[in-house]
Design a protein around this ligand. Structure first.
Ligand code: BGC
Length: 740
């Protein structure tokens, strides 16, 4: 390969959907492009691939990448919503469908999953990940990687996945996008890295470096992250791509003097592909010729790109993903829409239901649907819906009308999402007064979360709080639905709403999924993957915080709290109600002592004590009360999704390897320490029903830097003890299985 051809493989350029810059055709012919992003469609990708394969000197196929974040044409719930399902099976299924559709449209590589832990609700990109918890984040990261890549990543319906944004992008100061992360090594290792590590273990093909710096070193040129940790410690052998123009941005960071310097630093640190800066493909040629860049560094990156193309099967058949007939056949099929509806309804979280207003009776004769988001097709799809088309979306209003074909379903927008335009307020209130029941939909537009969508206030925007206040006053039979891509600070609404339902952005089947829950075709089981603070000023809010020397006590003045706001979130991590009630009892933790290589078993009985079938996500939290460095007050260590018929009971069993309690110590090592581990089991991080403990004994023992998952099962009581684990269709389903 010539130098130009090598650097060409490292250059990625952006297209505009079904069009590209005309000069790029010539560049492909000259071997100066290795990959494209945001170019799709079987026809165009096939045409460009033909130029690469037939007309360039070496005939190396192109890779086509795209942000397939939550579905391709069939838009699934945003990733934050999917995390609320606590179901790796469903998240994997959604990723699989996305891969099938995208691959047929010529895409080989998705820039997903986004696995950034997000503790600050002001940050708009909370919507793209699995929320605030490293354990749930790791479970979801692995499931999504497996879903995108399928059983065989070279299959014509598989995508190379990409764990992004490496690393600690979610730790941006002040929740402001692209901002600096200044965090300790322990926080990096114990909080932000586990989902990435889990993605590696799941076989992820690529990583994307993040825009931010940590401790003065921007990720795109961070040798320690990209090479020492990723390749050295984790043995990752895939590809690293920069984020959009993040190689060039090393200059603005004040880390590189000019573009070529930025390119040298990024490539040497381990960023193999330059997305959209145009530096590797142009500015580095002179540097390499002048000996300022070693041939070995270039060759290493080129080898990784070629290996990724080989992994995707492109040297066997470069056209395997661009198939116009398959594209027509697999896009937005009935089966895919059904999958989207299933995932969507499992992502809905019932936040409050005072007086049991929900579920609503399907026999209602007059129902008012009010609110600016109730009939907003774009908002239904959510941010990053990319190939999703608003016309395909079923809005909340559509879904309710379909579910109640004989009822009078009337609609008033009320007020806009943002800004002041109170003209519609009075009409909305009049309608509310007349209706038997009101469904009020408020929240954020899809443009308010996602990239560069940080907010300084996470209150309900515009006049929606006033709309909600007036509508609820006019009709106490009002169910409030939220649509949003981040936690909102809504203490007054939470207190006033007779029923409150978090619907996030649920994708193309939004309205059908919402109607399934409102009218009890589906009993909600989602749980919050993020805490909902009481005020913006509480940010960052996360359940797995440290104790401090003066833990917050409302009545204790000199404790770590605010004097003008509560310290507790309005809705804690893991919160989510059901139309039935679950009872937890009879906790047993055994054995009382395990050594660092042992496994403790936590067992308890879970019963459905209501009169409807339902599914509970039983959560297991642990606390290590004394550590050589301080440990969080609670950490999720396992969960089980257990479906129970009315009055059915099951014995849930969760295995906790002691190695799960390893943490990054002052000596720079991960180790398991001896001492007590307190176990809490419950329905949310604050609704703890059962408590127990065990001890880890023996010396402080080094532990491998791996994410361990607890194995969970739910056995019938008194029966044959059948373990109906694994699928969502059985009467018992479980959370993550432990990886071997
Ligand atoms: C985002 C990435 C995305 C890339 C390509 C960037 O601005 O940060 O998440 O994959 O653009 O669209």
């Amino acid at each position: 390969m010539t130098l130009e051809e090598k650097l060409g493989q490292l250059a990625q350029y952006g297209g505009a959907g079904t069009r590209i810059d005309p000069k790029h055709r010539a560049w492909i012919r000259e071997g100066r492009v290795g990959s494209f992003l945001s170019v799709y469609g079987a026809a165009l990708t096939r045409e460009l691939q033909t130029i690469a394969v037939e007309e360039s000197r070496l005939g190396i196929p192109l890779l086509f990448a795209y942000d397939v974040i939550h579905g391709f044409r069939t838009t699934f719930p945003v990733p934050l919503a999917e995390a609320a399902s606590f179901s790796p099976e469903l998240a994997g299924e959604a990723a699989r469908v996305a891969a099938i559709e995208a691959a047929a449209a010529g895409i080989h590589w998705t820039f997903a999953p986004m696995v950034d832990v997000a503790r600050d609700a002001r940050w708009g990109r909370v919507v793209e990940g699995a929320g605030e918890d490293p354990y749930l984040g790791a479970v979801m990261a692995a499931a999504r990687v497996r879903g995108f890549q399928g059983r065989d990543v070279a299959a014509p319906d598989a995508l190379l996945a990409c764990a992004k944004h490496f690393a600690a992008y979610g730790a941006a100061e002040g929740g402001r996008d692209y901002n600096t992360a200044d965090i300790s090594e322990a926080t990096l290792r114990d909080v932000y890295l586990p989902p990435f590590r889990a993605a590696v273990d799941a076989g992820v093909a690529s990583f994307m470096s993040s825009f931010n710096e940590i401790a003065g070193v921007p990720s795109t040129a961070n040798r320690r992250l990209l090479t020492a940790i990723l390749r050295g410690e984790w043995q990752f052998d895939g590809l690293v791509v920069s984020d959009w123009s993040s190689v060039g941005e090393l200059v603005a960071h004040g880390f590189a003097g000019d573009r070529a310097h930025a390119g040298r630093l990024a490539l040497a640190a381990g960023t193999d592909i330059d997305m959209a800066s145009g530096i590797y493909g142009a500015d580095l040629i002179a540097d390499a010729r002048a000996g300022r860049l070693s041939a070995a560094v270039i060759d290493r990156a080129v080898r990784r790109v070629l290996r990724a193309k080989e992994r995707a099967g492109l040297f066997d058949d470069p056209y395997r993903h661009s198939d116009a007939e398959r594209e027509r056949r697999v896009t937005l099929t009935t089966a895919h829409r059904e999958a989207a509806r299933r995932v969507a309804r499992e992502s809905i979280v019932l936040l409050g239901n005072r007086g049991g207003l929900l579920p609503l009776s399907p026999a209602i004769s007059t129902l008012a649907v009010i609110g600016p988001l109730a009939d907003d097709r774009e908002a239904s799809l959510g941010p990053w819906s990319m190939r999703g088309e608003p016309k395909d979306a079923v809005t909340v209003l559509d879904g309710i009308r379909r579910a109640l074909p004989r009822a009078r379903v009337l609609y008033q927008r009320g007020v806009p999402v943002e800004g002041k335009d109170p003209a519609g307020l009075a009409a909305a209130v009049r309608l509310a007064r007349r209706a038997e029941v009101v469904v009020l939909v408020v929240g954020e537009s899809h443009r308010m979360s996602g990239e560069a969508r940080s907010r300084s206030s996470i209150a309900l925007p515009g006049e929606q709080a006033e709309l909600a206040r007036r509508v609820i006053a006019a009709n106490p039979r009002t169910a409030v639905l939220l649509m949003n891509g981040r936690p909102l600070a809504i203490p007054e609404l939470a207190a006033a709403a007779p029923a409150l339902v978090e619907t996030w952005f649920l994708g193309v089947e939004t309205g059908n999924a919402v109607a399934d829950v409102l009218f009890a075709a589906h009993n909600p089981s989602g749980k919050l993957p993020v805490s909902f603070p009481a005020a913006t000023g509480q940010a960052p809010t996360y359940y797995n915080h440290k104790s401090t020397g003066r833990p917050a006590v409302a009545t204790e003045e000199w404790s770590s709290k605010y004097f003008d706001a509560p310290i507790e979130p309005v809705f804690p991590f893991g919160h989510g109600l059901s139309y039935t009630r679950f009872d937890y009892r009879d906790l047993r933790v055994s054995p009382a002592e395990v050594d660092a290589s042992g496994t403790a078993v936590v067992e308890f009985e879970l019963a459905n004590v209501g009169d409807r079938a339902g599914l509970e996500v039983a959560q297991l939290y642990a606390r290590d009360p004394v550590g050589s460095t301080t440990r969080p007050v609670q950490e999720l260590k396992g969960f089980a999704r257990v479906a129970l018929a009315p009055r059915e009971r099951r014995r849930v069993r969760i295995e906790l390897p002691a190695a799960m309690f390893a943490f990054y110590g002052e000596d720079g090592r991960r180790a398991v320490e001896p001492g007590e581990i307190r176990v809490q089991v419950g329905s949310s991080s604050s609704d703890i029903r059962l408590r127990g403990a065990f001890h880890i004994v023996g010396p402080r023992t080094p532990a491998p830097d791996r994410v361990l998952f607890s194995a969970a099962r739910a056995d019938e009581i008194g029966g044959a003890g059948g373990d109906k684990a694994g699928g969502t269709g059985g009467s018992a389903v479980v959370g993550a299985q432990r990886r071997q």
